[in-house]
Ligand binder design. Structure first.
Ligand code: OXD
Ligand code: MN
Length: 580
């Protein structure tokens, strides 16, 4: 297979001259190709077979121990004007970055195969979808891209019809942390990633394209690329609302997207459209709609069990790739809180010893096709996407943020998103558990200046006939002893119901300084083991602490200087005034 697209041919030729691979393979995305790649990786040891009786077609990949998460400190946005990348990104001048990267890429594929991976982000027939081509020397990346995107012939056909495509060049290089960089050139729709095989750094369709480059493209074209799950909630009466929810990495997006209604909620159904990324467009009638650009899930494994996420637990029993989990004596995948079995070998393949830390890496992952999810929504293939009733922001906050509150209007909602903060997790290599500002859960992913991004958000609201309501949730409140106040998981449906009822004009709320909050009887807690004081603390607004928070948000916004939209500063002052 090759192509009729001259631009693509000349780019592949140019890369091949630089990287000097032993051979070039154009990926067609076929089953035969996938089988051949898996056979080759089993032979080389890049993949290990898991117990095929209990986990048919499941494989384990053990990454280099230094290469287990995204590397934000090595991730750059390279724009001509540094102000366009903004204080939220590491910046390098495009010429310098190209020079530095091309020096790394020179000859790096000697003796290896160069794979050309055409892919489409979004339903293949959707006008909202966008294409890219990733060149990589990693068969693990190819197989994962095959699960995570619409990869191969059909994507290439779109590109051959003349569509612009994002160019992503990737090599695992020497997997040396000293020679590792993830560079984005949004003005050229180009990505260069060297020295890592980890999902967010190497599966370029995901964070690099569908968020960093796409957010830039989205601003130019008038839409939004967001770090959001998309979930459909269907009532027993058959009314379905779709919510787009932004949470930072490893804060339960996958769990919420495929939530299993608790027994108390017989007749309710949850439909997963997406678990990580949403592309949002205002349609011709002024309705906000969302597509999931991805076709698979790259989810955090530890903590997944029959109670926390039965759908995910079932879906990763076959045709899944596991990265950095432990294995049992009979070669089944194992992770902390799996609920049964014992580890025999840890994620590095060493005999399991408690002194060596967790058996599965805290950021160990599964990759599976979205269609394996029992809650998968066929609307995920709808070229027009799904209509969005509400935007939900959320963080991991031990204190302060109540279980749920509603912003007064779209402008206030943009401030709620811009002021988000969350405790850091193992999804990135840095300290875990420290609270940091993570606006719209996009801190690691916005491909341009946050100040311009907030202006763009404000303008999207203006283009809708009725902007969706905006909410903030926090499943992670703790008491003084570190015990979670809210049961979370399936029970989160109770909060989603209040959100939906607010959208439909059916639910009560009380007016507070920070927005609309449910009163203690507005959320259905029947059958939950939760005492009135706990509920009260979950729904309380601590005015002095919020004043401090709003002051910190003000300082944070000031860090972005004059480009911060005036409307955002005004709403912040209004909220602060109400707190006084
Ligand atoms: C992810 C992440 O992998 O956010 O989705 O890190
Ligand atoms: Mn994510």
């Amino acid at each position: 297979m090759t192509t009729t697209n001259d631009q693509l041919i000349s780019w592949v030729d140019e890369v091949a001259r630089l990287t000097r691979p032993a051979r070039v393979h154009w990926c067609d995305g076929s089953e035969a190709e996938r089988e051949q790649l898996i056979a080759q990786m089993l032979e080389s040891g890049e993949l290990l077979e898991l117990n095929q009786d209990t986990h048919p077609n499941c494989y384990l990949h053990r990454s280099d121990p230094s290469d287990v998460a995204r590397v934000e400190h090595l991730t750059f946005v390279c724009t001509t004007d540094p102000e366009d990348a903004g204080p939220n990104n590491h910046w390098m001048a495009p010429d310098q970055a190209h020079g530095q990267m091309d020096a790394l890429f020179e000859g790096c594929m000697e003796g290896r195969t160069l794979y050309v991976v055409p892919y489409c982000m979004g339903p293949i027939d959707s006008p909202y979808a966008r294409c890219g081509v990733e060149i990589t020397d990693s068969p693990y990346v190819v197989v994962n891209m095959g699960l995570m995107t619409r990869m191969g012939r059909k994507a290439l056909a779109r590109i051959e019809r003349g569509e612009r495509f994002v160019r992503g060049l990737h090599s695992i290089g020497e997997l040396d942390p000293e020679r590792r960089f993830i560079m984005h050139f949004p003005e050229e729709l180009t990505i260069k990633s060297y020295g890592s095989g980890y999902g967010g750094n190497a599966l370029l369709g995901k964070k690099c394209h569908a968020l960093r480059i796409a957010s830039w493209q989205a601003r130019e074209e008038g839409w939004l690329a967001e770090h959001m799950l998309i979930v459909g909630v269907e009532s027993p009466e058959g009314e379905t609302h779709y919510l787009a929810c932004a949470f930072p990495s490893a804060c339960g997006k996958t769990n919420l997207a495929m939530l299993l209604p608790p027994e108390s909620h017989a007749g309710w159904k949850i439909w997963t459209v997406g678990d990580d990324i949403a592309w949002l467009h205002v349609d011709g009638s002024g309705q906000l709609r969302a597509i999931n650009p991805e076709a698979g899930y790259f989810g955090v494994v530890p903590g997944t069990n029959a109670k926390t996420n039965r759908n995910a637990f079932d879906m990763i029993r076959r045709d899944a790739i596991f990265t950095n989990v432990a294995v049992t004596a009979d070669n089944q995948p194992w992770w902390e809180d799996k609920g049964h079995g014992d580890p025999e070998l840890d994620w590095q393949g060493r005999p399991w010893a408690p002194g060596n830390g967790k058996a599965a890496h805290p950021n160990s992952r599964f990759t599976v096709s979205a269609q394996q999810n029992p809650a998968w929504s066929p609307r995920a293939e709808d070229p027009a996407g799904v209509p969005i009733s509400a935007i939900v922001f959320g963080g991991r906050r031990r204190e302060l943020a109540p279980l749920v509150y509603e912003a007064r209007d779209w402008r206030h909602g943009v401030l709620v998103g811009a002021g988000m903060a969350s405790e850091t997790t193992a999804a990135a290599t840095a300290q875990v558990g420290v609270v940091r500002r993570d606006p719209m859960a996009m801190k690691p992913f916005c491909g341009y200046n946050f100040a311009d991004y907030w202006s763009h958000w404000l303008s999207i609201g203006e283009r809708t006939t009725t902007p969706p309501k905006v909410f903030h949730v926090n499943w992670f409140r703790q008491n003084g002893e570190g015990r979670f106040l809210w049961p979370g998981f399936g029970e989160n449906l109770r909060v989603l119901r209040w959100i939906i009822d607010r959208c439909a004009g059916r639910a009560e709320a009380r007016d507070t300084a920070i927005g609309w909050l449910p009163g203690p009887t507005d959320i259905d807690v029947e059958g939950l083991d939760i005492d009135p004081q706990t509920l009260e603390s979950l729904l309380a607004v601590d005015a002095p602490a919020w004043r401090e928070e709003l002051t910190q948000i003000g300082d944070y916004l000031d860090g972005f200087g004059d480009r911060v939209p005036e409307a955002l500063r005004e709403v912040r002052e209004q909220v602060l005034a109400r707190l006084k």
